[in-house]
Each structure stands twice: as structure tokens, then as C-alpha cells.
Design a protein around this ligand. Structure first.
Ligand code: GDP
Ligand code: GDP
Length: 437
């Protein structure tokens, strides 16, 4: 999946454009419960091309002193991590010093850049847009993010400039292996885990087709476990300057998560699941990837007899409602429970790729639904006739019924819980659709 980052000064209209791009698709596919929409990260689809969009403005701190530096780093990170940078300026203000500075960074980067001049709400304002040719970026698109004009041409240009996904080589047996990503904020122990897993063999690095840029997957095949570890290069290539920036770890995580089937989400035992960890966890859920939680640096945590149990319960409350996830306490430096991590990855991948026969689903669920039917809505009774698993990559189920629109989120959650109780879906997000027979 290609990644597009929207950069530019505050107030030029980045989040307005973001909402427009992501909203178009959202309206079509948003038939899901439990996942709140991310205000800064989403998918856009244009003429059959799908890509991810990040609104960098969402990650800027508001305090004035760190502000300029922060945007400069964000542009740099966007250049490093995104496939295309959408640079937005505002017609009426003209070219500011700041715009020139950002344009400078972008010109030197050789990254595909699309310049868009926003707030061109009417024909007269078009004239204001031309001055931005002085930024020295090749093409310029005038738009109004607010009313949508010009966004079609802009999207055509974005799609045309995106790198094409190389088709996977069908002869490559490695293509069928589970793709595993290790994600988490800086310093939780990701590189240490990669090193522990790969040891000296880590130079056996296989470039895999079907990824959009220099992302690298490593073939792991030891102790009876075989999978592709994705984006290991990204983990090891450390850019200390960016360590503190949440934006950096988000951009990194997006890339790794989108490329994976299973995510090993690492947190630091001594700090617990903080807001930044939750943001990454939510990226995994939103992308509907399988997941295990690894609580690392357990050696540093002061324990008594109940600690692990209490810690686990606390974590589950924190990540609810998607709390049916394996939690493993490791010390990577002491090589403790690394095997358990591998075991858990294999298990959740098996759950993730399982296809439950329709007969078994109906045997298990229809009696339960009979017992506890969906609540009547405006005097109408909802009758679920049967359920079947959809041929999607992650577990998704369609419940066929007479009045699907009357089945609300709480009942969908009930159905999801029943699925989890009757079948092993640990570590997997589950999607529920209600459809008319
Ligand atoms: P950001 O800080 O770059 O994310 O900017 P926002 O998307 O929050 O927009 C800043 C302000 O500009 C808001 O008041 C928007 O309503 C307004 N705005 C955004 N796009 C347009 C546009 O195309 N035309 C006009 N006139 N206003 C716009
Ligand atoms: P990354 O930024 O997530 O890749 O984290 P690193 O693997 O670079 O680890 C950050 C720091 O934590 C390093 O100094 C590691 O030696 C240390 N570290 C990693 N795992 C453990 C652990 O299990 N216990 C302790 N005490 N330190 C650890």
C-alpha cells in the first residue's frame, strides 16, 4: 500500500483535504462497529487505486517555540517514509518564507511531490495560485478543499505519481508465508528482539516483491517456525534525531503494519500502555491485522506473586473492546520467553487464516441467536436466517437477516463475543456484516 503524506503550514487546509479524501471511501465501506475513525490516518480510493493518507498537521504540537522545528522534522520524516508528499499552500497568503523552506527540502529530496494551492474557491482566485510556480516544483494544482473543486485533477496527479506495486512472483514460495511485523514506540526493544531472533543469520535478507519501496523482509526459519519478518531494515536503521517524535513512530508503524499479517506489538513493562502505544495498537486494529502483545523489559519490573495476573487484567481493560489478544511477558536481554512469542505468532496466524465451515457456524450460533434474538426495532422483529464466513483475508462474517439495518452495534458486539466463545479467534480482529438475504 502506498503512503501519501500531506504537509504544509498550519491552517492551509490539510485536515479539510484529508477529511475529503478519506471521507469519500469511508462512506462506502463503513459498515463496522467498535473502530473509531482516525483523524490523521486513513485510506483513499481513486479510480480503483487505493492508498493511505497521513495528515501530518495532526501531529504538530501547538507551542510556538518548538513549532517551526517540528514542522521541518515532519517534512523530513514525510520525505523518508512516504511514497509521495502532497505539499499544500494557501492562495491568499502568497508564498511565505516557510513555504519556500519546505519547497527547498522537497526539491532536494527527489521524492515525488505534488504541490496543491488550496482555498481557490472561485475563478478569480485562480490568479493568486500562479505565484506558487516560483517555488520551483514542477506542477501545481489549484483546489478548494472546502468545496471539492479541483480535487479530481489533484487525485489523478497523485495516483499517476505513486510507485506501482510490483506484482508478487507466483513462483516465490516465500510469498505464502505469514508476514510478521514488530511494532511499538522507540526504545521498547524492537531491534533487540530482531537481533535475538535472527542472530548471526540476519544478513540473510530477502527483498520481497509486492512492496512499494525499499522495505525489506527477512526469512525466519528456526525452531519449527517459518515466516517473513517485514520491515526489519526500518527497525535497525535508527535515526536518533527522530526518536522523540510520535509522528516518526506512527509513520514507521503504518508502513510495517500495512505490510504484515501479524503484528508483534511491544510495550515497555516499566511504563505500561501509554497513549502513544495505544495509537499504534489502534493502527493495528484499524488495519485488521492479527496481533500479540509483548510486555518487554519484564526483568526491570518489581514483582510479587500476583503481578503478572494483575498486569494482564489491567492491560486487557486498557485495550478493550479488542482484548482477546495473547499477552506475553518477555525479557529480550535475558532471552526469556522468546519461544512463547514465536508460538503465539503461529497460533494467532492460524486463527487469522482459518476458514470456519458454514455448517459449524450455524450449528453453534443459530441456537444462541434464537435464545437471544436482536431486540425488536420500532415494533419490527429481526430474524437472523444464517451466518457464513466471508472470503476476506481477516475473519469477517455475514449474518443474513430480514432487516439488517435494525441490527445495532451492541448486538453486533454480542455476536462477535459469541463467535469468540465458540471458535478460536484470539489475536484476530473480527468484522461483522449484517446483510439482507
Ligand atoms: P490545517 O491546519 O492545515 O489542517 O487546516 P484546516 O483544514 O484545519 O483548515 C484551516 C481553516 O481553513 C479552516 O477554517 C477551514 O475551514 C479553512 N479551509 C480549508 N479549506 C478551505 C478552502 O478550500 N477554502 C476556504 N475558503 N477555506 C478553507
Ligand atoms: P527499539 O528502539 O524498540 O528498537 O529498542 P532497542 O531494541 O534499541 O532497545 C532499547 C534499549 O532497551 C536498549 O538499551 C536495550 O538494550 C534495552 N532493552 C531491550 N530489551 C530489554 C529487556 O528485556 N530488558 C532490559 N532491561 N532492557 C532491554
Amino acid at each position: 500500500m502506498s503512503l501519501v503524506a500531506i504537509v504544509g503550514r498550519p491552517n492551509v487546509g490539510k485536515s479539510t483535504l484529508f477529511n475529503r479524501l478519506v471521507g469519500m471511501r469511508q462512506a462506502i465501506v463503513d459498515d463496522e462497529a467498535g473502530v473509531t475513525r482516525d483523524r490523521h490516518y486513513g485510506r483513499c480510493e481513486w479510480c480503483g487505486n487505493e492508498f493511505s493518507v497521513v495528515d501530518t498537521g495532526g501531529y504538530t504540537s501547538n507551542s510556538d517555540d518548538v513549532f517551526e522545528q517540528a514542522i521541518r522534522s515532519q517534512v523530513q520524516i514525510a520525505i523518508e517514509e512516504a511514497d509521495l508528499v502532497l505539499f499544500m499552500v494557501e492562495a491568499a497568503t502568497g508564498v511565505t518564507d516557510y513555504d519556500s523552506e519546505i519547497a527547498d527540502l522537497l526539491r532536494r529530496s527527489r521524492k515525488p511531490v505534488v504541490l496543491c494551492v488550496n482555498k481557490v474557491d472561485s475563478g478569480e482566485k485562480q490568479y493568486d495560485a500562479y505565484q506558487f510556480y516560483s517555488l520551483g516544483l514542477v506542477e501545481l494544482y489549484s483546489i478548494s478543499a472546502a468545496n471539492g473543486s479541483g480535487t479530481g485533477d489533484l487525485l489523478d496527479a497523485v495516483v499517476a505519481a505513486l510507485p506501482r506495486d510490483a506484482a508478487p512472483d507466483p513462483a516465490d514460495a516465500l510469498q505464502d508465508l505469514p508476514r510478521v511485523a514488530i511494532v511499538g514506540k522507540p526504545n521498547v526493544g524492537k531491534s533487540s528482539l530482531v537481533n535475538a531472533l535472527l542472530g548471526k543469520e540476519r544478513n540473510i535478507v530477502t527483498p520481497v516483491a509486492g512492496t512499494t519501496r525499499d522495505s525489506i523482509a527477512t526469512h525466519y526459519n528456526k525452531f519449527g517456525h517459518e515466516f517473513m519478518l517485514v520491515d526489519t531494515a526500518g527497525i535497525r536503521r535508527k535515526a536518533k534525531v527522530h526518536e522523540d517524535l510520535e509522528f516518526y513512530s506512527v509513520m514507521r508503524s503504518i508502513r510495517a503494519i500495512e505490510n504484515s499479517d501479524v503484528c508483534i506489538m511491544m510495550i515497555d513493562a516499566t511504563t505500561g500502555m501509554e497513549a502513544q502505544d495505544m495509537n499504534i495498537f489502534n493502527l493495528i486494529v484499524r488495519n485488521r491485522k492479527a496481533c500479540i502483545l509483548v510486555v518487554n523489559k519484564w526483568d526491570l519490573f518489581i514483582k510479587d506473586t500476583n503481578t503478572m495476573k494483575e498486569y494482564t487484567e489491567g492491560l486487557r481493560r486498557r485495550i478493550a473492546p479488542f482484548d482477546d489478544v495473547p499477552i506475553i511477558f518477555t525479557s529480550v536481554v535475558k532471552m526469556q520467553r522468546i519461544q512463547d512469542v514465536l508460538q503465539a505468532v503461529a497460533e494467532v496466524y492460524a486463527n487469522y487464516s482459518t476458514k470456519i465451515p458454514t455448517a459449524r457456524l450455524n450449528e453453534a450460533l443459530l441456537p444462541i441467536i434464537e435464545q437471544t434474538p436482536p431486540p425488536a426495532w420500532k415494533g419490527k422483529y429481526v430474524k437472523v436466517k444464517y451466518v457464513t464466513q466471508l472470503p476476506t483475508k481477516f475473519p469477517a462474517f455475514a449474518f443474513f437477516c430480514n432487516l439488517p439495518q435494525y441490527i445495532k452495534d451492541p448486538y453486533k458486539r454480542f455476536l462477535e463475543n459469541q463467535l469468540r466463545e465458540n471458535f478460536n479467534l484470539t489475536g484476530c480482529p473480527v468484522q461483522i456484516f449484517c446483510r439482507k438475504k
